[in-house]
Design a protein around this ligand. Structure first.
Ligand SMILES: Cc1cc2nc3c(=O)[nH]c(=O)nc-3n(C[C@H](O)[C@H](O)[C@H](O)COP(=O)(O)OP(=O)(O)OC[C@H]3O[C@@H](n4cnc5c(N)ncnc54)[C@H](O)[C@@H]3O)c2cc1C
Length: 395
């Protein structure tokens, strides 16, 4: 096959959260897309499983994310319409903590900067409206009606379905072992074959340190645990009609987030620590959840949502891919700006952005630029400007 006539317009490596959305948006624009995935469709080995992900707009991490969230909400609705799958459940959400803590003050800054509908609740009002939550007297909450959750497995399945419908070729159980620039495009190698394309999109999740070593970003892969508890007295008070999602920062800065009981009594309600993981790799991650971890979670929740930690029903591990400043990496690859786009380092808060990341990646791969505000996600904020010698070196 001549390197000047690549078989595909775009190859997408990794068909998890971000890669499946990229394959959808690229194929929707008429690109000939090949998607390559190490595992089967919708798996639980990476970062996009576990039944629910928090979504919220008053974004405490940085107001720069808000325009992307507004677009992600529109796109989630569109994917639901186009596939008939249930993805988003906007049951409302509270960001709880001390008024000057990062979660409350940051959420408030985003809400005020962008004029997002929200209410500030004092501790008494939190207890009155949401009786399962027992804040301390010095804690407050930002309540947001448009917060809630999205379903990760349904999202990935929907994007894969749309991509396939639009003619994308998706190959599963076929890991990419290496890739290299070739004739103005790229060549990608798997144990089965080698494929060429004009453009490469890399959405590797926790495999970023291997596949994107030449990006120079020091990613930390973290093992995280999700816990499902059967609340004392049953799921009644935790049903989504009356229970919000919550992100709760205590006086020591420890953050947890939790969900209503969305899957009936058998699965109870899910809760997890935000960013309290242990360093791992996809090969070494300990998938066993230990009794002392369950005890620590139950002990923590006994102060904030005391009915929740009745009995543990299930606990599952998952990985974060964290950058030094916890902001994403979405950009043309600085060493291969003509042909490679990367979307990685989602630092434990990427899922709510999945559809808009797909749209941005399609912009970057097909047009070389995007109208979305992505300056915050340039990897050179971490690595510094690319040095010319490194740029000339092969991948
Ligand atoms: C416990 C937990 C809770 C979270 N909670 C939230 C939340 O509430 N809200 C929120 O917004 N975000 C949340 N996140 C973060 C969010 O889920 C992630 O940011 C998002 O899923 C990352 O998607 P991804 O596509 O980068 O990774 P993945 O979905 O893991 O996809 C990467 C894919 O690349 C494939 N791959 C890797 N290497 C190769 C290769 N060599 N060849 C072929 N395929 C390859 C992998 O198999 C995988 O399918 C949470 C994450 C975890 C783990």
């Amino acid at each position: 096959m001549s390197p000047t006539t690549p078989t595909y317009d775009v190859i997408v490596i990794g068909l998890g959260g971000m890669g499946s959305a990229a394959a959808h948006h690229l194929s929707a624009r008429g690109a000939r897309v090949l998607g390559l995935e190490r595992y089967g469709p919708v798996h639980r080995h990476g970062s996009s499983h576990g039944g629910s992900r928090v979504t919220r707009q008053s974004y405490f991490e940085d107001p720069a994310y808000v325009p992307l969230l507004l677009r992600a909400y529109e796109l989630y609705e569109q994917v639901e319409r186009d596939t008939g799958r249930e993805i988003a459940l906007l049951c409302g959400g509270v960001m709880v903590g001390r008024p000057d803590g990062r979660v409350v003050s940051g959420a408030r800054l985003s809400a005020e900067t962008w004029g997002l509908p929200h209410e500030m609740l004092d501790a008494r009002e939190i207890r009155r409206r949401f009786p399962t939550l027992t804040p301390r007297d010095d804690e407050v909450a930002l309540y947001e009606e448009r917060a809630g959750l999205v379903r990760p497995e349904n999202t990935v399945a929907a994007h894969l379905q749309l991509a396939t419908r639009q003619g994308a070729e998706l190959r599963f159980e076929e890991p990419v072992v290496r890739w290299e620039p070739c004739g103005g495009g790229v060549r990608v190698h798997t144990p089965e074959d080698a494929y060429t394309a004009g453009q490469l999109v890399i959405c590797p999740g926790a495999w970023a340190p291997g596949l994107l070593a030449d990006l120079g970003v020091p990613f930390t892969i973290e093992r995280q645990v999700m816990y499902w508890f059967q609340p004392t007295g049953g799921v009644g008070p935790f049903l989504p009609e009356r229970h919000p999602i919550y992100v709760w920062e205590d006086a020591a800065g420890v953050q947890v987030y939790g969900f209503p009981a969305i899957d009936g009594p058998d699965l109870g309600a899910k809760v997890a620590f935000f960013r309290r993981g242990t360093v791992c790799t996809p090969d070494t991650i300990d998938r066993t959840v230990h009794a002392h971890e369950v005890a620590a979670m139950a002990d923590h929740m006994s102060r904030q949502v005391p009915l929740l930690p009745g009995r543990l029903l299930k606990a599952v591990t998952c990985m974060y891919t964290t950058t030094p400043d916890e902001h994403f990496v979405i950009a043309r690859h600085p060493a291969h700006p003509e042909s490679v786009t990367v979307a990685c380092g989602f630092s434990g808060h990427g899922f709510k952005f999945v559809p808009v990341v797909g749209e941005i990646v399609a912009d970057l791969a097909l047009d070389g630029t995007t109208a979305h505000p992505v300056g915050l996600f340039d990897p050179r904020r971490i690595t510094g400007p690319l040095d010319a010698a490194a740029a000339a070196a092969p991948a």
